[in-house]
Design a protein around this ligand. Structure first.
Ligand SMILES: Cc1cc2nc3c(=O)[nH]c(=O)nc-3n(C[C@H](O)[C@H](O)[C@H](O)COP(=O)(O)OP(=O)(O)OC[C@H]3O[C@@H](n4cnc5c(N)ncnc54)[C@H](O)[C@@H]3O)c2cc1C
Length: 272
C-alpha cells in the first residue's frame, strides 16, 4: 500500500506551530472528527493512507487516515517545473470520522515530535538524492569536458574547468560523507541525528543545484536543450537542473535547516 505524509497546508509549512495549523481533529466519545486541508502531499493521488498532522486542542497529533473514508478528497496532481514522477496534490478532510486506533502513538499531543522525527529521516534521504543528482551531473560534465574541443583543445584543458571540477569533486565527497554520518547515527538509534541531518540536507541539495547549473554551462547550448529537433539528441542535463531545485525547498527549506544548526551554535534563547 502506498502511504503519504501530510503536514503542509496552504497557510502553514515551515511554521508547524499549533497556532499555524488549521486542520483540526475533535474528539467525540470513541471517535475523532477531522476537518481541514493539506497541500503538496506527495503520493496522495495514489495513496491508501495519509499520516496527517492536525491540531487537537492546543497541541498537535498525527492520525493515520484511510483515503477511502467518506469526507476524504484528493485533488488533481500539481503541475511542477521538475520532479514530475513524484505526484503531489491538495487533500481535503470534511467531517472525516476516525477511530481511536487512527491516532498515531495512541495518545494525543505528540504529533509535532512524530512529524519532526519523520522529517529528520526524510532529510537524510533528500541529502542522498542531492548527492546522486550532483554525481550524475558531474559525470555527464566530465564526459563532455573530456571530449568536446574548442580552440584546438579539449575543454578540460582549460584550468577554469579543472579547478571548478576539483572543487565540485571535493564537495560531492563531503556531501556524501555528511549524509552517511547522519544515516549511521540514525541507524544506531538516534531519532534526531543533528546537526548532521540538517547539514547534510542543505549542503547536498544546494550542491545538486550548483553542480547541475555548472553541467548545463559545460554543455553550452546542449545543456539548455530538452531535445534537439535536428536529430532527436536528448538534453543530457536539463532535467537534473529542474529536478534538483526542489531539494532546497521541501523536507524543511534550507533556511529553516540553517536556523536549526544555528540554534545548536548560539542556543534557542538567542536564535528563537
Ligand atoms: C514537490 C513537493 C513535494 C512536497 N511533499 C510534501 C509532502 O509529502 N508532505 C508535506 O507535508 N509537505 C510537502 N511539501 C511541502 C514542503 O515541505 C513545503 O513547500 C516546504 O516546507 C516550504 O514550505 P512553504 O512552501 O509553505 O514555504 P514557506 O514556509 O512559506 O517559506 C517560503 C520561504 O521562506 C523561507 N522562510 C520561512 N521562514 C523563514 C525564517 N524564519 N527565516 C528565513 N527564511 C524563512 C523558507 O525557507 C522558504 O524559502 C512538498 C512540496 C513540494 C513543492
Amino acid at each position: 500500500m502506498v502511504g503519504a505524509f501530510a503536514t503542509t497546508e496552504p497557510e502553514a509549512s515551515s511554521d508547524l506551530s499549533p497556532q499555524a495549523i488549521r486542520t483540526v481533529a475533535v474528539q467525540h466519545g470513541d471517535t475523532w472528527i477531522l476537518n481541514g486541508r493539506k497541500r503538496w502531499i506527495s503520493n496522495s493521488p495514489v495513496a491508501g493512507f495519509i499520516v496527517t498532522l492536525a491540531r487537537t486542542g492546543d497541541r498537535l497529533s498525527m492520525f493515520i487516515v484511510d483515503t477511502t473514508l467518506p469526507g476524504v478528497r484528493v485533488g488533481e496532481p500539481d503541475q511542477k517545473m521538475g520532479n514530475r514522477g513524484q505526484l503531489t496534490a491538495d487533500v481535503w478532510f470534511d467531517d472525516v470520522e476516525l477511530t481511536q486506533a487512527s491516532l498515531l502513538g495512541g495518545e494525543p499531543g505528540h504529533g509535532l515530535r512524530h512529524a519532526l522525527a519523520t522529517l529528520t529521516l526524510g532529510r537524510i534521504g533528500i541529502a542522498a538524492a542531492g548527492v546522486g543528482m550532483a554525481q550524475a551531473a558531474f559525470d555527464h560534465a566530465v564526459a563532455h569536458l573530456s571530449t568536446r574541443e574548442a580552440f584546438g583543445r579539449k575543454l578540460a584543458a582549460n584550468q577554469h574547468w579543472q579547478f571548478l571540477m576539483a572543487d565540485r569533486a571535493t564537495e560531492i565527497e563531503n556531501a556524501r560523507n555528511l549524509y552517511l554520518k547522519a544515516a549511521l547515527r540514525r541507524d544506531a538509534g538516534e531519532i534526531f541525528p543533528e546537526p548532521e541531518a540538517s547539514m547534510a540536507k542543505f549542503y547536498g541539495s544546494r550542491l545538486a543545484v550548483d553542480m547541475a547549473r555548472d553541467a548545463v554551462q559545460a554543455f553550452g547550448g546542449l545543456g539548455f536543450a530538452r531535445e534537439l529537433s535536428a536529430d532527436g539528441t536528448p538534453g543530457p542535463v536539463e532535467a537534473i537542473y529542474r529536478d534538483s531545485k526542489i531539494g532546497e525547498i521541501y523536507e524543511g527549506a534550507n533556511e529553516i535547516l540553517k536556523w536549526v544548526i544555528a540554534r545548536g551554535i548560539f542556543g534557542k534563547e538567542i536564535t528563537g
